[in-house]
Design a protein around this ligand. Structure first.
Ligand code: HEC
Ligand code: HEC
Ligand code: HEC
Length: 420
């Protein structure tokens, strides 16, 4: 995965270099070129904020935006399309209106529907000007001939027209409306989070068909073998114990005094949020911290429960050297398990995964070391992992249900079936 990230970064850098070459030409050849330049630059920034490259660049190829990366959906795998300006296999022949309709309405020029693996249910909140600025930027990239057959789904999901039903159930088109009762910074944050940032794609719980449970917006969801935690201001499970500056710093550097970003969030930080402006990251923090969560009633396991006793002993032996006896870890290096929402969460996917497999946090320009957690899967049995996880869930102020041996066994099986 690191290798894949490095390749993608190189591909994006090549894209940026091509842009740097193209811009003076554009500027020289077009009347009103100063405005063109500003639009293209705005489009570049929004393409980063919307993380179009994450899906549209195949990490095994070095051609940015030429598509082919498999995207998991509840129906099966869909390959992201080629969105370079190639006329035959990309979007070179599309009108602006066709591009806007694809990005904000999920419809192709021939009227067929896109699968929601493309986050149009979120991008619909973007303004038309912003989407056309993205197009203007994409137009400056080198066209790449790459014929992608996106639809790899099994019957009956391979029938695109079936997606009208999905749209009818879960898609509410319409661009973002600012709330005049809120500050400008809150509104900017809301726009970025709900629109281009499509944070809900990973952080909002879904129905079995992959539609957002809007009532539970941003309250946490499992994707790609990770858990994307609650990012509302919920005290127990969300960002309640983070300051606005903690949120902005995590998005910028991939680390803060409490946590480090790994897995899909590591990618999101590397490709997108670490390249956003401080002002926008503060806006995102302001908006998230203003969202109240829905704190669920706590159920805790007694300290003298045999599982807690066993868990405490394992923690003392194997974990406390790094995470410390009080769970607080080491700021910027070792996550604070006492504040971690991964530890507090009722959804144990990341907790189990990290203990079994280990993990590496993202390295960014500002924080070039991405500290790693060793794997314990080879050393601990399912019952031992369950015990230490139950201990973490019920220490330092956390209160969570027992994690069972059975849950660990299932998670181990699921992880073994994945190659990331
Ligand atoms: C989470 C992954 C993901 C992200 C992020 C994403 N896309 Fe997509 N996109 C896809 C997938 C998958 C498809 C193919 C869907 C299908 O075939 O139904 C697609 C299809 C498209 C298409 C239709 C192209 C065609 O020829 O079928 C366009 C245009 C597009 N994306 C533009 C964008 C832009 C612009 C952005 C950023 C603002 C973006 N996408 C971000 C996954 C993504
Ligand atoms: C591709 C999926 C994905 C997207 C898109 C995504 N996230 Fe995440 N996010 C995750 C995962 C997975 C984690 C857990 C990472 C870990 O455990 O290291 C996470 C963690 C976080 C955390 C740390 C929470 C904690 O308590 O440790 C914050 C804050 C966050 N995301 C904010 C955002 C914001 C804001 C956006 C939109 C701009 C966003 N995320 C978009 C998957 C995603
Ligand atoms: C060598 C130091 C080290 C040891 C020993 C260690 N960890 Fe970690 N741990 C880390 C680092 C570094 C991370 C950040 C990695 C990441 O999230 O990608 C981490 C992350 C975690 C996380 C995820 C926290 C979050 O908020 O995302 C959990 C849970 C965790 N460790 C539990 C344990 C348990 C349980 C043990 C003992 C069985 C243990 N660790 C032993 C260094 C260590």
């Amino acid at each position: 995965m690191r290798e894949a990230l490095r390749k993608r970064a190189a591909a994006l850098a090549a894209g940026a270099a091509a842009l740097a070459l193209a811009l003076p030409l554009l500027a020289a050849n077009h009347p009103g070129s100063r405005e063109n330049f500003a639009i293209i630059e705005r489009g570049r920034y929004l393409t980063v904020a919307a993380d179009c490259a994450a899906c549209h660049t195949d990490p095994h190829q070095s051609t940015a935006f030429a598509g082919g990366r498999p995207i998991e959906t509840p129906f099966g795998v869909v390959l992201a399309a080629n969105i370079t300006p190639d006329r035959d296999t990309g979007i070179g022949g599309w009108t602006d209106r066709q591009f806007d309709t694809a990005v904000r309405q999920g419809k192709l020029p021939d009227g067929k529907r896109l699968y929601p693996a493309m986050p149009y249910p979120y991008y619909t909140k973007m303004s038309r000007e912003d989407v056309l600025a993205i197009r203007a930027y994409l137009n400056t990239l080198p066209p790449v001939h790459n014929d992608v057959d996106s639809n790899q789904l099994p019957f009956p999901f391979n029938i695109r027209s079936a997606m009208w039903l999905w749209d009818a159930l879960y898609f509410s088109p319409g661009s973002f409306k600012a709330d005049p009762a809120q500050s400008d910074i809150w509104n900017r944050g809301a726009y970025l989070v709900e629109g281009p940032g499509h944070c809900g794609a990973c952080h909002t719980p879904k129905t079995f068909l992959g539609g957002d449970k809007t009532r539970l917006q941003f309250q946490g969801y499992s994707i790609q073998g990770w858990f994307a935690p609650n990012i509302t201001n919920d005290e127990a499970h969300g960002l309640g114990r983070w300051s606005n500056a903690d949120v902005a710093e995590y998005m910028k550097k991939g680390h803060n005094r409490i946590a480090g970003a790994s897995g899909p969030m590591g990618e999101e930080v590397a490709d997108s949020s670490s390249q956003m402006t401080e002002a926008d990251l503060n806006a995102i923090a302001t908006y998230l911290k203003a969202r109240s969560g829905q704190t669920l009633a706590a159920s805790s396991v007694a300290v003298n429960d045999p599982m807690m006793v066993a868990g405490a002993a394992i923690y003392q032996d194997l974990c406390s050297a790094c995470h410390r006896g009080d769970g607080h870890g080491v700021p910027y290096l070792i996550p604070d398990l006492a504040t971690s929402s991964t530890a507090a969460s009722r959804e144990p996917t990341t907790l189990i995964r990290v203990v079994l497999r280990g993990a590496q946090t993202v390295a960014t320009k500002d924080e070039p070391t991405g500290p790693a957690m060793p794997s314990f899967g080879w050393q601990l049995t399912d019952a031992q992992v369950a015990a230490v996880a139950t201990y973490i869930r019920n220490s330092w102020g956390h209160a969570g249900p027992v994690l069972t041996e059975d849950e660990v066994r299932k998670a181990r099986g699921n992880l073994a079936a994945r190659n990331d």
